[in-house]
Write a protein that binds this ligand. Structure first.
Ligand SMILES: [Zn+2]
Length: 437
């Protein structure tokens, strides 16, 4: 069945156009025609942009929002609190929590999520009867919330370089990379599911195991946390005599399908290696500021050849407008100059480049043949009124609360800023209470 929408304004590959009629069939755009009367098409008032890609997520971290700010602490004290939640999750409670969190994402206009998934096994590291019960719960949660998922199954073997796993961390580990690989090879993708691989970090996976992670899916997305903290760099230098980026380069981990998440504390040599291999740089600015990580060299990475993508990571905030503008605003603070990143560049990171990095290269643009995602931002809220309705409105004025309608692969999931099948926000409150220590 074909369905048509009339967009008052729409962000097309060539820029913003008025009165755009899009025709959708089988979850994809059939035609996109600017300057048309609405006719019988369903009207979308405001600025409609492509679906957003949230390229780095740990769904269960959402339970910590507002709860880790009370006491002064560090990245490492936050991590202890995060482990308290991780210790309690079961496949059922993880499904329920993730479905609510992904529902919040769709409300914010996100139509693909990259889930960096390392909570694989039961307490003490005992596998579930179905060894991929946790990954399966996340796939089901995404589907039931109305978005696509790239399940980035994460290899996590050590508590630090040369260190044993802690008690909770045993749930993350398969023992070695070969055992991890044999488990993930039984995961099945689908039209709305990409199975990708990840190494937690050079802290979490020893050097001699990294190659196995890189090779298990030769064409799929490959992700890794990289140099989020100075302490990681110091430990890597001490153990291996090189930076984490140099180590990853040596074992063949840096490729055009790789995403380096955070990429905060880099040397100029690191930047050259990342850019030279076209590795994506996945920035998560709201998390990085929440955890006091630092500001990554986004402009230097771009100049070297690394495309920018964005993620909400710990979900201190789920709002890709906030992530987009933070990249530019952080640069302003760091350099005392404006205009390093333009709004169209930031929108590319949040849409087409992000989806491509997750293995959905045919999403993130409103054009014939692409997956039919539409995100409509209202232009009559107190935040967006009078801001012009162009790319700057989407990046610098709007918030997730201004998203009124979301169509995901041709299906309308959000209308009037309300999720049509999930009882949000109540579901978030209930599922978070269930998993808090
Ligand atoms: Zn992360």
């Amino acid at each position: 069945m074909n369905h048509s929408y009339w967009c008052e304004r729409a962000l097309l590959p060539g820029g913003v156009a008025d009165s755009v009629v899009v025709e959708i069939a089988d979850g994809r755009f059939v035609s996109v025609r600017p300057g048309q009367p609405a006719g019988t098409a369903e009207r979308l008032a405001g600025l409609t942009i492509p679906g957003l890609a949230n390229c780095h997520s740990h769904a269960f971290h959402r339970a910590l929002r507002g709860r880790t700010q009370r006491d002064r602490g560090t990245f490492w004290t936050w991590r202890e609190q995060m482990y308290g939640v991780a210790a309690r999750l079961t496949p059922d409670s993880y499904y329920a929590l993730a479905r609510a969190v992904y529902g919040e994402m769709v409300l914010a206009g996100i139509t693909s999520v990259g889930e960096f998934h390392y909570l694989h096994h039961g307490p003490g590291g005992t596998p579930y009867d179905e060894p991929n019960a946790m990954g399966g719960a996340l796939i089901a949660a995404a589907r039931d919330a109305g978005l696509r998922i790239a399940l980035l199954d994460t290899c996590y073997l050590a508590g630090g370089i040369g260190q044993e796993l802690g008690e909770v961390q045993r749930r993350f580990s398969d023992g070695d990379a070969a055992s991890w690989a044999s488990r993930v090879l039984t995961l099945k993708g689908a039209d709305d599911v990409v199975i990708g691989a990840a190494a937690h970090s050079v802290r979490g996976v020893p050097r001699d195991q990294l190659g196995t992670v890189a090779e298990v899916f030769p064409d799929a997305p490959l992700h890794v946390h990289l140099s989020e903290q100075v302490a990681e760099n110091e430990a890597c230098q001490e153990a291996y005599g090189r930076t984490p980026t140099q180590l990853l380069d040596e074992v063949g981990f840096l490729t055009g399908r790789t995403s380096a998440v955070h990429a905060t504390h880099l040397t100029s040599v690191d930047i050259g290696l990342l850019g030279g291999s076209s590795t994506y740089a996945c920035f998560c600015p709201t998390t990085e500021r929440d955890l006091a990580d630092g500001i990554g060299p986004s402009a230097a990475l771009r100049a070297a050849g690394s495309p920018l993508t964005l993620g909400s990571d710990s979900h201190a905030v789920i709002d890709l407008s906030e992530e987009m503008r933070a990249v530019e605003l952080d640069e302003r603070l760091a350099t005392q100059q404006r205009g390093t990143w333009s709004s169209p560049e930031l929108l590319s990171a949040a849409t087409a480049d992000g989806h491509r990095s997750l293995g959905f290269p045919d999403a993130g643009a409103i054009e014939p043949g692409a997956r039919a995602d539409l995100v409509t931002v209202r232009l009559d809220s107190v935040r967006t009124a009078g801001t012009g309705g162009g790319p700057e409105t989407a990046v610098f004025a709007a918030t997730a609360a201004d998203v009124t309608t979301v169509v995901s692969a041709g299906r309308k999931i959000v209308a009037d800023s309300t999720h049509l099948t999930l009882d949000l926000p109540r579901l978030l409150t209930r599922t978070i209470q269930e998993v808090l220590p």
